[in-house]
Write a protein that binds this ligand. Structure first.
Ligand code: ZN
Length: 351
């Protein structure tokens, strides 16, 4: 399907979903509208005309997760939001994962590195091929010429092995000197930005599965603010749970106990050439505790890096079509009340 057709298809599906959600007697829009699409990040309303790529702020296809990490186009975001928080964040995440693959020496990984002998540095790459073979690629062309020359001198030892009978044309061979080489991975990602890219994926993943009723939740305002302003420290450091959940829990979960951790937990996979990893990101629910769950996560659950300390109880939302089935469009709210035993009134989000 062509990108234009794909955008139109997604537009109509979510626009229909929005019209069903708007039928709820507690949901009011001023001014009211029909056949619109809400950008899940800025909460602005867009119309069919906004699919026109010649406009300044048209609706763009959004891969959830990024295509480079195994995702595909599932929703639309406006161009403004996409350029404020899209590719730039995703590239930090991709690089962070590729660096992690290399540090584990996983097959099919590759990373930039520096190598040093006696203070002489050369740039290069460390590659692990698909059979796990370790390859070093010194890149003289990207290094200081003097330094790489000295490095080479330190690395190799030339000696004559002249043998005119068998090798009339070869007079020298090189051997490795038994020297210590210091190898350092080059860091090309920012950890905080990579983490915010994960938050963005989780939020957009939940929107792509649960639709417009999911974003009717003022407690998510702070999440949107953080995604759109990755340079600011809006959320606390930890917003994930570092634990490998069983595969059938991948999707949208709700943490039911302890009560102070009531939240949505979005569990998804990111795939590099080397490995598939699972991530679980917390998003505030629509009732009590709201965005305080991030504070509570750090207090109750984490030992510094987000490793789980105490047990949690959670329920996984059934895998149903919450977008295209009119009877299910409030599914996220229904299961929230069902699982947490809370009732509340859905309100439309403030911008
Ligand atoms: Zn937007």
């Amino acid at each position: 399907m062509k990108p234009k057709q794909k955008r139109e298809k997604i537009f109509y599906i979510f626009s229909q979903n929005l019209d069903w959600v708007k039928k709820h007697h507690q949901i009011r829009f001023e001014p009211d509208f029909e056949n619109g699409y809400i950008c899940p990040l800025c909460i602005e309303v867009f119309f069919k005309e906004d699919l026109n790529v010649n406009l300044n702020n048209f609706l763009t296809l959004e891969d959830v997760p990024p295509a480079s990490l195994g995702g595909k186009a599932r929703i639309l975001t406006c161009k403004k939001c996409n350029s404020r928080s899209g590719h730039k964040l995703d590239s930090h995440l991709l690089n962070a994962l590729l660096e992690a693959d290399s540090k584990l020496f996983l097959p099919n990984s590759e990373t930039l590195s520096t190598f040093e002998i006696d203070g002489n540095v050369i740039n290069g790459k460390i590659k692990i091929d698909n059979e796990g073979k370790f390859l070093i690629d010194f890149q003289k062309q990207y290094s200081n010429p003097q330094s790489s020359k000295e490095f080479k001198k330190g690395l190799f030892n030339s000696e004559t092995v002249y043998n005119p009978i068998f090798y009339p044309n070869i007079r020298y061979t090189t051997r490795f000197k038994s020297k210590e080489i210091t190898m350092k991975f080059k860091k090309t990602s920012d950890e905080r930005r990579a983490a915010i890219a994960l938050l963005r994926i989780a939020y957009l993943h939940a929107f792509s599965k649960l639709g417009n009723s999911f974003i009717i939740n003022n407690n998510l305002k702070i999440v949107r603010e953080q995604i759109l302003n990755p340079e600011k420290e809006i959320l606390p450091k930890i917003f994930w749970i570092k634990y490998e959940f069983p595969e059938d829990c991948e999707g949208i979960n709700i943490i039911t106990l302890p009560k102070k951790l009531n939240c949505y937990l979005v569990t998804f996979r990111l795939i590099t050439k080397s490995i598939s990893r699972q991530f679980s990101i917390a998003l505030p629910g629509p009732s009590e505790f709201g965005s305080d769950i991030y504070k509570n996560l750090e207090e109750i659950l984490c030992v510094g890096d987000g490793t789980e300390k105490e047990g949690i109880t959670f329920e996984t939302l059934p895998d149903r079509d919450y977008i295209k089935d009119e009877d299910l469009v409030f599914g996220s709210h229904y299961y929230w009340q069902e699982y947490t035993k809370e009732s509340y009134k859905p309100r439309f989000p403030e911008k």
